[in-house]
Design a protein around this ligand. Structure first.
Ligand code: PMP
Length: 362
């Protein structure tokens, strides 16, 4: 049926093969330095130049406006979720959270010790991204936070909402959708993402933040948690994860060469459509519980008629060389993560498996 293992892991997830091959070629001697990039000082001229180039490429890829800083941080998206509150809210100031699934809940949990958390919207069950017109927030809040793509539930808010002029700054967790399509960053106070889906390897994250937010006093905290200071020091307050940064750079360059976010939107919509078409045309054998206009183009969760069939599907997929299709333990079922690095060919192979499996077990 297929010619190679296709990796549908949710994150860490597949990287573009050409990126891995380049890293392999350069592993022992990067940039003519006679050493690996991971063996060199982050403060040396070659790495500083690399880091500047990566930021510049990322700014081009995501069309980041000049009045935003780009930080490269360790600790993952979860650490950012806690530090948002410490940096951009006064002690116990109100902050409004849109809760559209598992990762919104995580974001809220990380902030709870530091701010007065209020829920701006929370559908039950999690089957859609709530309409921004129905979000509740206060003008006095530090910020409004939402999750652009719920990686486990496969729920997306693909358009960056435009809030009224008197609304607090909007902050987006775009961990599993950044660079998957054009995004109106200028509508946001900040946007962040762990790299391990679309941007490269785990171990580095990106925080893009508007200058005025960096001027906020925030809460008492150690210097290492001060985003304004990190910005001042080019994300090098301490030793950064240099190899991950380098791999992120290769991945960003690859996305630019592939045509950027517009090209990826087209490809990703087509890939997602391929899978949703099989699901919707399966007479209920495959089920996706998300309302059509909130369906993710990055993570496609689906369920078979029984947990036994879910397990059999996963088992069979593994035998055929598919990787990472087992759904997250929070909701079970199957999940196909189809980030930018996944080609249409891999998705077609999965669609073929689904069609064939239904023929045999439907
Ligand atoms: N937000 C979203 C949307 C995610 O998908 C994830 C991880 N899968 C996280 C936050 C947490 O990221 P990290 O593991 O980098 O802390």
């Amino acid at each position: 049926m297929q010619t190679k293992p296709w990796n549908f892991s949710a994150g860490p997830s597949m990287l573009p093969p050409s990126v891995l091959r380049q890293a392999q070629r350069e592993l022992l001697d990067w940039n003519g330095q006679g050493a690996s990039v991971m063996e060199l000082s982050h403060r040396g001229a070659p790495f500083m130049e690399l880091a500047r180039g990566i930021e510049s490429d990322l700014r081009t890829l995501l069309a980041i406006p000049d009045n935003y800083r780009v930080l490269f941080t360790a600790g993952g998206a979860t650490t950012i979720q806690a530090l948002l509150a410490l940096n951009f809210a006064a002690p116990n100031q109100r902050a409004d959270y849109v809760v559209s699934g598992h990762w919104s809940q995580t974001a809220l949990k990380q902030a709870r010790p530091y701010v007065n958390v209020q829920i701006a919207a929370q559908p039950a069950p999690f089957d859609r991204s709530p309409d921004p017109a129905e979000w509740t927030w206060s003008r006095d809040s530090a910020f409004v936070h939402y999750t652009a793509n719920e990686t486990i539930h496969g729920i997306a808010q693909r358009e960056v909402p435009i809030l009224p002029a008197d609304a607090p700054p909007l902050i987006a967790d775009a961990s599993s959708s950044i660079a998957s399509e054009p995004m109106a960053i200028e509508r946001l106070g900040a946007i962040y993402a762990g790299a391990q889906k679309n941007l490269g390897p785990v171990g580095i994250s990106v925080l893009i933040v508007r200058n005025d937010l960096l001027e906020r006093e925030g809460q008492p905290r150690a210097d290492i948690f001060r985003y304004a200071l990190q910005a001042e020091r080019d994300s090098m307050l301490n030793t950064p994860p240099t190899f991950n940064w380098y791999l992120l750079g290769l991945t960003v360059r690859w996305m630019l060469e592939q045509g950027g976010t517009r090209a990826f939107r087209e490809r990703n919509e087509r890939k997602a459509h391929t899978l949703y078409e099989v699901i919707d045309g399966s007479d209920g054998f495959y089920r996706n519980n998300v309302q059509p206009d909130s369906r993710s183009i990055m993570n496609v969760p689906f369920f078979l008629p029984s947990a036994d069939l879910d397990a059999l599907f996963v088992q069979e997929s593994q035998r055929l060389g598919f990787i990472g299709l087992k759904g997250h333990k929070a909701i079970g079922g199957i999940r196909a993560s189809i980030y930018n690095a996944m080609p249409q060919e891999g998705v077609d192979a999965l669609a073929e498996l689904m069609t064939d499996f239904k023929r045999r077990h439907g």
